[in-house]
Design a protein around this ligand. Structure first.
Ligand code: UD1
Ligand code: CA
Length: 408
């Protein structure tokens, strides 16, 4: 399968009115990363080599965001929202480049996992023309139903077009599907809009392909991975599921979480084995922790690098650029920003260290403040190896304290 080229077409033109937000729905974040970026990551992990983003509402904002999470993506604007098939066709130019597989995905389904996508692609490799990803939600109301006969998928019926008998079917369309590239445009161009909503339904390609005698199948994904987000309550539900997965992954990789349900990871948190994380810890983006660290309760950490066997908190705040070297200690009610705390140095109590270097084995007394800002510019404080800074010191930058220096 790995030799097959694959274009992922991510539909994200919707307004997402139920989010009640000025920001496009799919830019709302799970674990600090926009929903649509999670979708893109899953597509890439499933082997997508090309990426087409179909946007509409908030196009400029979407393009700008896409430069960060998918710099190689081609964006296509769907001017009018005439349905999911119409949306896919907005990316006609990309689809016509001749990819083996086309993966159609929704931007508001952030928990989709690469295995589900890969399983659908595998069906194409085995000769199917269309492989639809199905799932069994606890309440199927509102979803398209998958109608199967003899192991083959014969139709997807939207809720509004279902008979009473069809409404009883529990196997539903997750929204995502893999379509053989050589058939995709022909099938999509045959889709009409004679249905209850008057839209061009992507789902109609199932019957169209069947009528051409092509092989159409359904695969099954776990319920959680197909969760579509429409409002902020569902966004929080997805966040909870994402966090639960990540905590488990961390624990299985050798990290102790004493109260896992109270620890929040970011999409990019890296945390090494034998680190112990106490209750109520928040990791914002850009955190890397080597092994054997202890993160005490109620610490808030983002953009920080923490080397082996460091000790952080309780109630510590590490901000972007905090760089703790081996065995450094940052204790209670301390804030560190854009500063290196070198090997074995201690910043233990009620202290602010910003734009600074604290040399190896230096000791910073309680209540020390680096006064790094004069209202216009930031200045650097340099504290030498083994220095001893007494309690309640205000270090007005630019300033340096020599190796072994002492003040009190
Ligand atoms: C769709 C499926 C349904 C499935 C459900 C799963 C169709 C016809 N129906 O229904 O079978 O069970 O998803 O969640 O595909 N979009 C555009 N442009 C459009 C229309 C939609 O970009 O013109 C995007 C939306 O932003 C959204 C996605 O496509 O990300 C799905 O559209 P939506 O209207 O939510 O489809 P559903 O009615 O939920
Ligand atoms: Ca939807």
């Amino acid at each position: 399968m790995s030799q097959r080229s694959c274009l992922s077409v991510v539909l994200a033109a919707g307004e997402g009115t139920r989010m009640k937000s000025a920001m496009p729905k799919v830019l709302h974040a799970i674990a600090g990363l926009p929903m649509v970026a999670h979708v893109v990551k899953a597509a890439e992990a499933a082997g997508a080599t090309g990426l087409a983003l179909v946007i509409g509402h908030g196009a400029d904002e979407m393009r700008k965001a896409a430069q960060k999470f998918a710099p190689k993506a081609e964006t296509f604007v769907q001017e009018k929202r005439l349905g999911t098939a119409h949306a896919v066709l907005a990316a006609r130019e990309a689809i016509s480049k001749g990819y083996d597989d086309i993966l159609v995905m929704f931007g508001d389904t952030p928990l989709i996992d690469a295995q589900a996508l890969a399983a659908a692609r595998q069906k194409l490799a085995e000769g199917a023309a269309v492989a639809v990803i199905g799932f069994r939600p606890p309440n199927p109301t509102g979803y398209g139903r998958l109608i199967e006969k003899g192991g083959r998928l014969v139709a997807i019926r939207e809720e509004k077009d279902c008979s009473e008998a069809e409404k009883k079917i529990g196997f539903c369309n997750a929204g995502m599907m893999a379509v053989a590239g050589k058939h995709a445009l022909r099938l999509l161009d045959k889709v009409g809009n004679k249905n209850a909503k008057g839209e061009f339904y992507l789902t109609d390609i199932v019957e169209i392909a069947g009528a051409e005698g092509l092989d159409v199948v359904a695969t099954e994904a776990g319920f959680e991975s197909a969760l579509g987000i429409n409002n902020r309550a569902e966004l929080a539900e997805a966040e909870a599921i994402w966090q639960a997965r990540r905590r488990r992954e961390a624990m299985l990789s050798g990290v102790t979480l004493i109260a896992p349900e109270t620890v929040y990871f970011s999409h990019d948190t890296e945390i090494g084995a034998d680190t112990i994380v106490e209750p109520n810890v928040w990791f914002g983006p850009g955190v890397r922790i080597a092994s054997g660290a202890r993160i005490h309760a109620f610490s808030h950490i983002e953009g920080a690098t923490i080397a082996s066997n460091c000790d952080v908190g309780p109630f510590a705040r590490l901000r972007p650029g905090a760089d703790l070297r081996n065995k450094a200690k940052v204790g209670n009610f301390c804030e560190v920003k854009q500063a290196t705390i070198e090997e074995g140095a201690k910043v233990n109590h009620l202290t602010y260290i910003g734009d600074a270097r604290v040399g190896a084995a230096a000791n910073i007394g309680a209540g020390t403040i680096t006064c790094n800002y004069d209202g216009y510019s930031k200045f650097f404080t340099d504290i030498g190896e083994g220095a001893f800074v007494g309690s309640n010191s205000s270090l007005v930058a630019p300033v340096s304290i020599g190796r072994g220096g002492e003040n009190s």
